[in-house]
Design a protein around this ligand. Structure first.
Ligand SMILES: Cc1cc2nc3c(=O)[nH]c(=O)nc-3n(C[C@H](O)[C@H](O)[C@H](O)COP(=O)(O)O)c2cc1C
Length: 186
């Protein structure tokens, strides 16, 4: 069997007890054999400043290299004020510049949003997709993944314990594996 596809997982929350991080960790352990998922941290990045395009801080260079080397990206994000958390948008901006040198270019991706609320971060999920169009990242369309009611999905050790959600996540990851196989550069 060929090497699994290298998938960078970007979590849009820095919170220690983040539901999105718990979901990302669950997906790392549930990934089908065709995918190897790794969470890549974004909290260390400076605020994006176009002045540093010609000589970026090392945190920016490092994350750009990591993203450039991967086969695909999985975004797992909360919704803040019906949009994408600033920390995630900042990471996207940092790795997208200077113009013409975006690390995201062409990487197939998927978006999952997780919220305690009933509409599962729909607004953030779709605001993120707007950037993905410009970034030229083929984004999986189905199944859509707006995961609501997050307070009831994890046990006290942070494991994804809700059977119905586990089933959905399995389906989502299988579809993503097919999407990556179809759209990855290799
Ligand atoms: C600044 C801020 C804005 C928020 N706005 C929304 C929102 O628009 N929609 C929503 O469903 N939840 C919203 N929430 C609640 C988050 O969904 C909740 O805090 C969630 O746990 C954050 O994700 P995390 O657990 O991965 O950190 C907001 C929370 C914060 C701190």
């Amino acid at each position: 069997m060929p090497n699994p596809y290298d998938v960078v997982v970007v979590v849009g929350s820095l919170r220690k007890e983040s539901f999105n991080r718990k979901m990302a960790r669950a997906m790392v352990s549930m990934a089908p054999p065709a995918l190897k998922l790794e969470i890549v941290e974004i909290g260390q990045l400076p605020h994006y400043n176009q002045d540093f395009d010609s000589s970026p801080p090392k945190e920016v260079t490092e994350i750009k290299q990591r993203i450039a080397s991967c086969d695909a990206v999985l975004f797992v994000t909360p919704e803040y004020n019906r949009s994408v958390p600033g920390v995630l948008k900042n990471a996207i901006d940092c790795a997208s510049r200077p113009y013409g040198k975006s690390a995201w270019d062409g990487k197939p991706c998927a978006v999952m949003s997780v919220s305690p609320g009933p509409i599962g971060g729909f607004g953030a999920n779709h605001h993120l997709r707007q950037s993905l169009v410009f970034l030229n990242m083929p984004a999986m369309q189905q199944p859509e993944a707006y995961v609501g009611g997050a307070t009831k999905l994890f046990d006290d050790k942070g494991n994804l314990s809700n059977d119905e959600t586990r089933e959905f996540v399995n389906k989502f990851l299988k579809a993503f594996a097919q999407w990556v196989e179809r759209n990855a550069a290799r």
